[in-house]
Design a protein around this ligand. Sequence first.
Ligand code: NAD
Length: 349
Amino acid sequence: MRRVAVAGERPYEVVIGPGAQVELGLVLAGTARAAVVHAPPLAGEAGAAVETLQSAGVAAEAVVVPDGERAKTAEVAAALWEEFGRLGLTRSDAVVGLGGGAVTDLAGFVAATWMRGVRVVQVPTSLLGMVDAAVGGKTGINTGAGKNLVGAFHPPAAVLADTDVLADLPEREFRSGLAEVVKCGFIADGEILRLLEADPTGRRDTVELIERAVQVKAAAVGEDLYDTGRREFLNYGHTLGHAIERVEDFGWRHGEAVAVGLVFAAELAGQAGLLSGDDVARHRRLIEAMGLPTSYRGDWARLQAVMRVDKKARGASLRFVVLDGLGTPTILTDPDQAWLDAAWAAVRA
Ligand SMILES: NC(=O)c1ccc[n+]([C@@H]2O[C@H](COP(=O)([O-])OP(=O)(O)OC[C@H]3O[C@@H](n4cnc5c(N)ncnc54)[C@H](O)[C@@H]3O)[C@@H](O)[C@H]2O)c1
């Protein structure tokens, strides 16, 4: 089993590998009650988690929520609060969030608010959940006004990334998660790039790739839980990526939109004279080999308008994470319009 420590006020461990889920019994030993929150497709895994906990003496119950983004609503959160009341969950009990990023975001948020905060153990089952959503302590739900606008910072007590469950994850979801992995390679860990260049499916070295990506995220969030500094570098590729997701009304998977955003950010850094032509080409070649999109057909004026109101923009200025050489992220504020237009021309389908 691989273990990555996440520092902070409440440090915790991310455990990665086949069978990691059985550590639930260790992490929650001595806990009286636990609610295992999951969506219908993960009912089998949730049943196994309940059994593991019961063998450890924890009175555990599975609680079903809708699948995907439909879980991240105020109505579902309210239904969970009612359910926790019925189960008699107290401050010393725990919530387990078992599923993709939607379920871990919801379970984390409800755990943060129930009795002003009970422990949450995250058991991510999607690749995106393992390398991103379940690590770092950001939790939240969506509202009519937008995605993730209501939430809390609530670091988990532990994250158990059981790589056995990835066998059932649809290929498109796996590839989408790999976009966040390759992002970590570009901003911080060149070995990730070499592993993915050797096997662009990410299947051969999955455990090592997850461990390395989690190390990159852990280094950023350990120093910056509240997202005021280094954590911003994790948004590499996300300024255009978020805009594509919005314009496509979330019909694209997050990682697919980020993949185009990574190529765009590399082209922009090339225009700014920060990244060599070879490194820009390396972005495009690798992302393409991974089966992720590198181009996009869309309305440039509209994308720029959306990027200006991105929640990560400060005021009306446009901010991009770009690379000043591989592994060295920096911020480019209000780049020349000519550079933006040239980078767009390079990703326009
Ligand atoms: N909190 C954060 O820091 C953070 C970071 C990134 C993303 N997110 C959030 O994560 C969410 C996206 O997460 P996601 O990509 O995991 O999507 P998701 O949670 O919607 O899961 C995608 C689909 O895969 C299914 N699935 C998950 N694991 C499976 C498995 N092992 N086998 C079979 N099916 C499986 C799910 O049931 C769902 O149908 C978004 O809501 C996003 O806002 C949060």
